[in-house]
Write a protein that binds this ligand. Structure first.
Ligand SMILES: Nc1ncnc2c1ncn2[C@@H]1O[C@H](COP(=O)(O)OP(=O)(O)OP(=O)(O)O)[C@@H](O)[C@H]1O
Ligand SMILES: [Mg+2]
Length: 402
């Protein structure tokens, strides 16, 4: 009886450790009798259980890794709304931790009512629910899209709900920017169109207008149409720059991007009584980039320098190398710019004095174009100015391979 009892007790021992989750123990194979066969079958069972458990573990870890790596927040709850799983992104969005929320009802661990309502709704009607959640914050609110779906067990019965949280704040921000941009563009286009319509209607109805007045009206129409055309040109430039395709990367002498705009604006300068002085190196300054765009950038800076100067003022244009960069500098002796406006003038449509700038034919797009061109060449643009002290704009571009 002894030789019979020992193998049985070791089988019991191994069975117990399997029950406790340890699948590694095996029975010594002894004899070809009934007990020996039982031990063999037992070992095979232990082996296949171990493999199966390992594969379940791997699957589970893969699933957890996928959930942890997701940008979307994921929260799973059981039928009683108790948190079963919550991934890292959801922890961030809901402001809770997995450790403190596991097993507790969702409504107890988060104050975000919309999320709890979506879950209750899904569990109540066994249906999908989508809505949007706004989490107040600074500088901007966070906007999160909530999608709650039922979880079913293998028999198709409702077992819980899974909520996917998708942070759409960035999309919202872009959408707001797009809307503002369209509103601004429409407004800027509408102003000259309205003016032209008014002037033309007066001309049509007043056939007996004195010649001088007639002439003045036509001049105004000409000015407003030029304005329209320059707005559209600026918009096309922006869209060309933003599409990013059309920028050339050719080796050229950057001095050309200084000399050509100065040449084309000389007459304008003379009309306004503003002198332009130019200071560039004697040797070529080779750079890889888009000559036309860089000409346009300098042209915009010069145009501002001339536009926002008093008669008798000066505009200095300089080109020089500094360390690993090359600097294009446009300095004027004009009205200068207050500190608080200095960052904003690079925004689209921003003008310090709207009325005055519009009178001068400005749309507020010039500097945003300059900034865009500088950035697309791996450079940047800066302003140094004080009211009454003139302004200096600098485009700084990296030299060499970029
Ligand atoms: N050199 C300068 N001196 C003083 N103010 C300036 C100067 N350059 C720009 N500004 C201010 O910055 C604003 C924005 O300039 P920006 O070139 O972007 O637009 P704009 O000149 O008004 O119009 P656009 O260039 O599109 O015709 C101007 O309206 C003006 O108020
Ligand atoms: Mg301008």
């Amino acid at each position: 009886a002894r030789s019979f009892a020992r193998p049985l007790s070791s089988i019991t021992e191994v069975a117990e450790s399997i029950a406790d989750g340890d699948y590694s123990k095996r029975l010594p194979l002894a004899g070809k009798d009934e007990i020996g066969k039982l031990a063999q079958a037992f070992n095979r069972m232990a082996e296949s259980s171990q493999l199966r458990m390992e594969s379940i573990d791997t699957d589970r870890n893969n699933l957890l890794a996928v959930l942890a790596g997701m940008i979307e927040g994921v929260v799973a709850v059981d039928k009683k709304e108790r948190v079963v799983h919550i991934n890292e992104a959801a922890e961030g969005i809901l402001g809770i931790t997995a450790a403190s929320s596991a097993g507790k009802p969702l409504w107890e661990v988060t104050r975000l009512v919309d999320v709890c309502q979506a879950v209750s709704g899904t569990l109540k009607n066994a249906s999908e629910i989508t809505n949007e959640l706004r989490i107040p914050g600074s500088p901007a609110d966070r906007v999160v899209e909530i999608q709650s779906s039922p979880i079913r067990d293998s028999e198709g019965n409702l077992a819980g709900a899974v909520v996917v949280l998708h942070d759409i704040s960035e999309l919202e921000r872009l959408e707001t920017m797009r809307r503002d941009f369209i509103a601004n563009v429409s407004h800027e286009l509408k102003t000259p169109i309205t003016a032209i319509r008014g002037l033309v209607e007066t001309l049509i109805s007043d056939r007996r207008m004195e010649p001088e007045k007639h002439e003045r009206f036509l001049q105004k129409i000409a000015n407003q149409s030029m304005r329209l055309s320059s707005i559209v040109t600026d918009l096309l430039t922006i869209s060309r720059l933003e599409s990013g395709k059309s920028l050339e990367r050719k080796l050229f002498d950057l001095r050309r991007a200084v000399v050509n705009p100065v040449r084309s604006l000389t007459a304008t300068g003379e009309n306004r009584g503003v002198k332009m002085e130019i200071d560039i190196p004697n040797d070529p300054v080779s750079i890889v980039g888009d000559e036309e765009s860089l000409c346009e950038a300098v042209n915009n800076l010069l145009d501002n320098g001339l536009k926002y100067s008093r008669e008798g003022g000066d505009v200095f244009v300089r080109l020089y190398k500094k360390e690993e960069t090359v600097v294009i500098e446009v300095e004027d002796t004009g009205a200068g710019i207050e500190k608080r406006d200095q960052q904003r003038i690079f925004e689209r449509f921003y003008r310090v004095d709207k009325a005055r700038s519009r009178e001068l034919g400005g749309t507020g797009l010039g500097l945003s174009i300059v900034k865009h061109i500088a950035i697309s060449h791996g450079g940047s643009v800066f302003v140094e100015s004080a009211p009454g002290q003139g302004s200096t704009f600098r485009i700084v571009l990296p030299l060499g391979n970029h």
